[in-house]
Design a protein around this ligand. Structure first.
Ligand code: PLP
Length: 416
């Protein structure tokens, strides 16, 4: 698309936007004066769908009126209502996904299954500057196996003077590590730079040297088009409170490729992973469900899942293709306006990306504080990045235009 540097152009894009009615399906945060903020933080916490209250109230009401009787035929199967939509979201078969726990907990559970160092095959690849929780999780898993972090952890770093990873370097490191490589776990989209990785190529390369390959999709689920089954990914996990708008601390989704479903003795277990036919027999022998559900441990968090049902209903109606299409335009428009108006701002996010742009700018911290005062809601990540992520379901092209205008005003003030 050819963009123009004007508010009237932004308004025209809004008018022609096939998803324009969706903003109204979310509560949009206001400034003290009652005007809308410019909310560009869907990569951190998505906004609340207005339908959430209905979904939560329904479960509260059943609990109120029926107590434990609400369990039977409803809460026991509650998470299953998400199966079809989650599978569609990440390009999986329904048997390959389940919603359970929180993200880092799931990363640990998946690493128990997919990081099983043995002999010389004990190395694990992550991104340098991975989200800290992933780094802590991986390092603790290495230590739990009685191994040395320096000998086992490989951190992929950008080339000297560059900010993002080069796919060729990732593939080369995989090849060089060869049969010493046990597992790869990368973000689908790096939380800091916004770079989207070539998950298909990385999976193929990792598996060709005999490693398991998985992704933390916190910044990819609800953001990118994903095809986990066909890409042959071994495992993945994502949170649902960012792009997926299911609320603070909402439960996580996991993907386990179907070829691993019959594994025995390579997971941590609990009663919710037990064969549903015999779960309530209360027997002592564990007989896992032969799907990703077999990785569940505890019963499903009904009050956490209810808001996710509300937001997934919206995602399901719109579909990821339309969401991605608008996102390309929204973020593309932001990129264009920044390049036209803000020569002092560098965008470190490459073209392989989702909604997010990561901006570096001199005196970035002060500028971030000033634009926040004006009602721009985005975030600052040490040491030097302002992250902005226009969300295709609730942001407009006018939001993007206003944001760049405010950023320009404060960049000029600072540089004077
Ligand atoms: C990439 C990534 N991984 C892991 C986490 C940790 O998530 P949780 O606190 O839900 O375990 C986050 C949180 O923002 C994240 O962005």
């Amino acid at each position: 698309m050819i963009y123009q540097n004007s508010h009237s152009f932004a308004k025209q894009l809004d008018q022609n936007d096939p998803l324009k009615s969706y903003r109204d399906k979310f509560y949009y945060p206001k400034k003290d004066n009652g005007n809308d903020t410019i909310y560009l933080c869907g990569n951190s916490l998505g906004l609340q769908p207005k339908s959430v209250r209905f979904f939560v109230d329904k479960e509260l009401s059943i609990w109120e009126k029926e107590g434990v009787l609400g369990q039977h035929g409803r809460w026991e199967q509650f998470h299953e209502r998400l199966t079809e939509t989650s599978a569609r979201l990440v390009g999986a078969k329904p048997s390959e996904v389940v919603t359970m726990n929180a993200l880092t907990v799931n990363i640990h559970l998946l690493l128990i299954s997919f990081y099983r160092p043995s002999g010389i095959r004990k190395k694990i690849i992550i991104e340098k500057g991975a989200f800290p929780s992933d780094q802590y999780a991986v390092e603790s898993q290495i230590k739990l196996h009685g191994l040395n972090i320096n000998e086992c952890l490989i951190e992929l770093a950008p080339r000297e003077g560059e900010k993002t990873l080069c796919t060729a370097d990732v593939l080369q490191t995989i090849e060089d590590t060869g049969d010493e490589l046990a597992t790869i776990i990368l973000g689908g989209v790096n939380y800091y730079t916004g770079q989207a990785f070539d998950m298909k190529a990385i999976t193929k390369a990792g598996q060709s040297v005999g490693a398991f390959v998985g992704f933390d999709l916190a910044h990819a689920a609800g953001n990118l088009l994903l095809d986990l089954h066909d890409w042959n990914v071994d495992f993945a996990a994502w949170c649902t409170y960012k792009y997926l708008c299911a609320g603070p601390g909402a439960p996580s989704g996991i993907f386990i490729h179907e070829r691993h479903h019959d594994w025995q003795d390579t997971r941590l277990t609990g009663w919710w992973g037990q064969n549903k036919e015999t779960r309530f027999d209360m027997g002592s022998k564990f007989d896992p469900i032969q799907t990703a559900e077999g990785w569940q441990i505890s019963n499903a968090p009904v009050m956490g899942i209810a808001p996710l049902l509300a937001s997934m209903e919206i995602f399901n109606t719109v579909g990821m293709k339309a969401i991605r299409e608008k996102s390309n335009h929204l973020t593309g428009f932001m990129e264009y306006l920044i390049s036209e108006n803000l020569p002092s701002v560098s965008i470190i996010t490459p073209k392989d990306r989702g909604c997010q742009l990561s901006l570096t700018i001199q005196s970035g911290r002060s500028i971030f504080e000033n634009i926040s005062e004006e009602g721009v809601i985005c975030d600052w990540r040490e040491p030097d990045v302002i992250r902005v992520a226009p969300h295709p379901l609730f942001n407009t092209f006018s939001d993007v235009y206003e944001f760049v205008k405010i950023l320009k005003k404060h960049s000029k003030t600072i540089s004077k």
